[in-house]
Write a protein that binds this ligand. Structure first.
Ligand SMILES: Cc1cc2nc3c(=O)[nH]c(=O)nc-3n(C[C@H](O)[C@H](O)[C@H](O)COP(=O)(O)O)c2cc1C
Length: 442
């Protein structure tokens, strides 16, 4: 019996994933405080994933603006104008790309950044601007506001809570000049990753971060060319994609992580999300879409309790949406859909691919517990292979009981597992959070 997950997947630009399993993005929290280049801890972690037989490895989010990070310890690409810092960080980025590809960083035979695909994972760097979800002190000074299409603050409950104000605050509405600067940073970020030897980039336009908030009618209230109907809200993404394509060769993979919906009242609807997928296809410049859903206000991508019962019963949280995407895309479309969220068994993944809902399957949390999970899933000799099923421990009594911090606690727990792998240790279900914070800070 051979598993369909073993079949290679050709993306629209001809790049090939050797199988259908993608290591979905996971913020590593391993860089220096304030954001920095990848370091030895990243190299150890990605070495473990590189040995895991993944079809694609997507990095955790890489900031394109040091002021707006997901957390204080993210990898960041220096400002386009900071030529000195860009040159200083480049060797670490090059080493990171090579390690992800499973190539000896000192092997000069592999200098062509897009050589030898099809037999190893495609290696893709995820680029992000966190927008209104930028946490205070994660790059920006605590008194500076986050940036968003419009000045709409985050509400993780009915009203904006004290925790929301403390963590985020009210964002500043971006001027057109600031939007132009952001577009430039994304484009130059992609070029930087190309020069470092990555096979491609993925724009993070899901989970409520900046690009995702532009797509959302409840956060984007603009009346200029970047706001309005689904078409105008998509404009910033279109300009970024066109700008990237003008600067990198067609063989460089351009992907995007997109929400199937925001799951908040007035937020991005499934109908608009479908239109966005159609628009992406029409650009003929995008090779894959990774499908997810939710924002910090409703983190469905981490907690399906925010979804309808029927959806929860499915193993893949967003496969129903992916199925709808295929119905609106023209037959000849080569846009590939990678669906991430909630997959844990070989059977569930096979079903999603066999039914044609997903072209590929993204796996995030299980990859922190079993970095070489594909080896198990792709080996038919192992019956009914499934991911390790550990539940994160409960938050300690002093941890605030808010929906956002609940998801945050679970993220910390999975981050702690990545930190163990990065330090050469095995994942541990009974991890001590005290030791995790110790290693995070010192
Ligand atoms: C610790 C942690 C870090 C994450 N970091 C990112 C990230 O940097 N970028 C991103 O797009 N998604 C991120 N996610 C979300 C995952 O990519 C994925 O969408 C989500 O976990 C659902 O997939 P899963 O059920 O396979 O875990 C993160 C999730 C966790 C648990």
């Amino acid at each position: 019996m051979s598993t369909i997950l073993n079949q290679p997947l050709e993306l629209s630009n001809g790049a090939v994933m050797p199988n259908r399993l993608a290591k979905a993005p996971l913020e590593e929290c391993l860089a220096n405080f304030g954001g920095g280049p990848p370091n030895n801890l990243h190299f150890n972690l990605y070495d473990a994933w590189a040995k895991g037989q993944w079809g694609m490895i997507i990095t955790g989010n890489v900031g394109i603006d040091r002021r707006f990070l997901g957390i204080m310890f993210d990898v960041v690409i220096p400002d386009p104008a900071d030529v000195t810092k860009r040159a200083e960080y480049m060797p670490a980025f090059k080493k990171w790309a090579r390690i992800c590809k499973g190539i000896d960083p000192n092997d000069a035979r592999h200098d062509d950044p897009v050589a030898s695909r099809g037999d190893r994972a495609l290696v893709v760097a995820q680029l992000v601007h966190t927008g209104r979800q930028s946490i205070r002190c994660a790059g920006r000074a605590p008194w500076k506001p986050p940036m968003a299409p419009s000045a709409v603050p985050i509400k993780t409950s009915e009203e904006s809570s004290f925790a929301d104000k403390l963590l985020f605050g009210t964002p500043k509405e971006l001027t057109v000049a600031e939007i132009t600067d952001i577009i430039h940073r994304f484009i130059e970020g992609a070029v930087y990753c190309y020069e470092a030897g990555f096979d491609g980039i993925e724009l993070h336009a899901a989970h409520g971060y900046l690009l995702s908030s532009f797509l959302s009618p409840s956060v984007n209230l603009r009346t200029d060319q970047y706001g309005g109907d689904a078409d105008r809200r998509f404009r910033i993404i279109k300009e970024i994609i066109q700008g990237i394509r003008a600067k990198v060769p067609p063989s460089f993979v351009v992907g995007i992580k997109l929400n199937s919906g925001d799951f908040v009242r007035g937020g991005l609807s499934e109908e608009d999300a479908l239109l966005h997928v159609k628009m992406l296809d029409q650009t003929k410049a995008v090779d894959f879409v990774e499908i997810s859903g939710g924002t910090y206000e409703k983190p469905v991508f981490l907690d399906p309790k925010f979804m309808a019962e029927s959806t929860k019963l499915r193993e893949g949280l967003f496969t129903a949406f992916a199925q709808r995407c295929h119905t609106i895309l023209p037959q000849e479309s080569k846009l590939r859909l990678i669906v991430t969220g909630g997959f844990s068994t070989r059977r569930g993944m096979e079903e999603a691919v066999k039914k044609g809902d997903a072209d590929g399957v993204g796996i995030a949390r299980p990859a922190t517990l079993e970095p070489a999970l594909p080896k198990k899933l792709l080996d038919n000799a192992i019956p009914d292979a499934q991911a390790v099923q550990w539940e994160p421990s409960s938050p300690p009594f002093f941890f605030p009981r808010l929906p956002l911090t609940g998801a945050g606690w679970s993220m910390l727990w999975f981050t702690a597992q990545m930190q163990r792998i990065a330090r050469g240790e095995q994942p541990e279900p009974n991890i001590s959070m005290l030791s995790f914070f110790w290693h995070l800070l010192f």
